[in-house]
Write a protein that binds this ligand. Structure first.
Ligand SMILES: [Zn+2]
Length: 475
């Protein structure tokens, strides 16, 4: 029997997170609300784990296997937006907002953990359910640091999801990535009176960026980089700038590919420092591994998802989705369909059918034609040490981009709540199936071990790298 009160409480929890968005490393309220909720449900809780005051681990059950649900709950800076409003309208101009739907992400996995726990209890089954409260996905990729500190190794299998516009078992979508900061220090001087006495740090940044543009033609296949000048040396044009900084993000198929590129960019930065007689300090900011796919686990999730069916869309959902879609360009409106066509076998036919639907109301096909790797995620690091899979449920209008005001505006709608319910059910049924089927668990582990044998695991964060962020221990 469905416990409607549980579902209502989880929706309320998600809405409270949306109402009180907290950015990375400041998720004090979210961490407390979610961990307290699981504690009341009878989970054993450890808070402030692996160096993160807002990380927590909740456990229920005894014996094997251990099924993990990974939940995030951090928001993004400067994405404040009125709920259920189809024009850009911040509640608080500079304030944060749930632009990646992590209010839904964390709470749906909480629902999955509770539904699984109740079933375990009712059927008197052996096995453990673990919920990892994972902070600071945005900006810091905290799971990679948690992996480095020893987290997730207690799990046999990890399940999670990401809010989005489609219903699917997510293919291998995440690229490896590393971010580094390049800090140049020169010597200031009057730009007209004594230019030769100065050493220009901004020139070093510019020469570095020119050097990297020429390097682009030699990049390994699928590798790319982006950069931002984060300090241009100040506003005065009549001084030789003695400080300037830039940040580079490198992405590639594997962390090995990324490291090759990073190594060349480091050399270009050092060469720019030599050319300008400035000093260059290089700081590691963050890293994410690529996602290691497990097709047996994806197959199980697909079977469960197709058996349970996708969430039901009603007129109210459609009418608001139509309003939101009016704010998209023609290209944005087509983005989900282009991905469907390009990456899934049978995607072309389905995309014809769904092309003008304000909300995607079908399950994407099981078979992958091509991996459309576009972003990076710290779940990649978890997938390198434990078999992991993601699903997605349609929480937003077709064409909604991550990290946009339109996504924030849809984060408390009925459609988003229905997605929480659907994901909670799919992930809990899959988790229970794993607990009851040692054979499937073994098949998943065999595939994982085989992939590990084919390619050696290399952590995205170098062994000797210290955690570079200050964490408020009082949180
Ligand atoms: Zn996200």
């Amino acid at each position: 029997m469905i416990d409607n009160t549980l579902y209502e409480k989880v929706f309320e929890l998600s809405d409270r997170l949306w109402d009180n968005p907290e950015i990375h490393l400041q998720e004090k309220l979210a961490s407390k609300l979610l961990s307290d909720f699981l504690e009341e449900e009878g989970f054993r809780i450890e808070r402030g784990i692996y160096g993160f005051p807002t990380a927590f681990r909740a456990e229920y059950g005894v014996g094997e296997p251990t099924i993990g649900y990974l939940g995030e709950f951090d928001a993004l800076p400067r994405l404040s937006q009125e709920s259920k409003c189809s024009i850009k309208k911040p509640i608080n101009n500079e304030g944060p907002g749930h632009g990646c739907g992590h209010n839904l992400l964390g709470t749906a996995c909480i629902l999955a953990a509770i539904l699984s726990k109740r079933k375990l209890e009712k059927e008197n089954l052996k096995g453990k359910i673990v919920f990892y409260g994972c902070p600071a996905e945005e900006g810091i990729s905290a799971k990679a640091w948690m992996v480095k500190a020893g987290a997730f190794r207690d799990l046999d299998i990890a399940l999670t999801w990401h809010p989005g516009n489609a219903n699917m078992v997510m293919p291998c979508w995440a690229l490896a990535s590393v971010q580094k900061q390049y800090i140049f220090t020169g010597k200031s001087s009057h730009a007209a009176q004594a230019p030769g006495d100065g050493r220009n740090a901004l020139n070093a940044v510019e020469l570095m960026n020119i050097g990297t543009q020429f390097y682009r033609e030699e990049l390994p296949k699928n590798a790319m980089f982006h950069y931002a000048v984060t300090d241009g040396g100040g506003e005065a044009v009549n001084v030789v700038q003695d400080h300037a900084e830039c940040v580079y993000q490198v992405r590639g198929d594997t962390i090995q590919d990324v490291n090759l590129v990073v190594d060349r960019i480091d050399k270009i930065a050092k060469a720019a420092a030599v050319m300008t007689e400035t000093e260059c300090e290089i700081r590691f900011i963050k890293g994410c591994s690529n996602l290691l796919e497990n097709s047996r686990l994806n197959e199980l999730l697909y079977d469960v998802y197709s058996k349970l069916g996708v969430l039901e869309v009603d007129d109210e959902d459609i009418s608001f989705a139509k309003e939101i879609r009016q704010t998209f360009t023609d290209h944005e409106k087509k983005m989900d369909m282009l991905y469907l066509q390009e990456c899934f076998t049978g995607g072309k036919e389905l995309s014809e059918k769904l092309r003008d639907s304000p909300i995607i109301d079908s399950l994407y096909p099981r078979n992958i034609k091509k991996h459309g790797k576009t972003a990076s995620s710290d779940t990649g690091d978890v997938s390198q040490i434990v078999p992991l899979a993601h699903i997605q449920a349609a929480c937003f209008a077709q064409g909604t981009k991550l990290h946009s005001w339109q996504l924030v505006a849809q984060g408390k709608c009925n459609l988003a709540h229905k997605a929480i319910a659907k994901v909670g059910e799919v992930l809990s049924v899959a988790g229970l199936e794993l607990i009851k089927s040692p054979l499937i668990v073994q098949e998943i582990k065999n595939e994982f071990n085989q992939r590990r044998e084919e390619s050696e695991y290399l952590a995205s964060i170098p062994e000797d790298e210290e955690f570079p962020y200050s964490v408020d221990k009082n949180i």
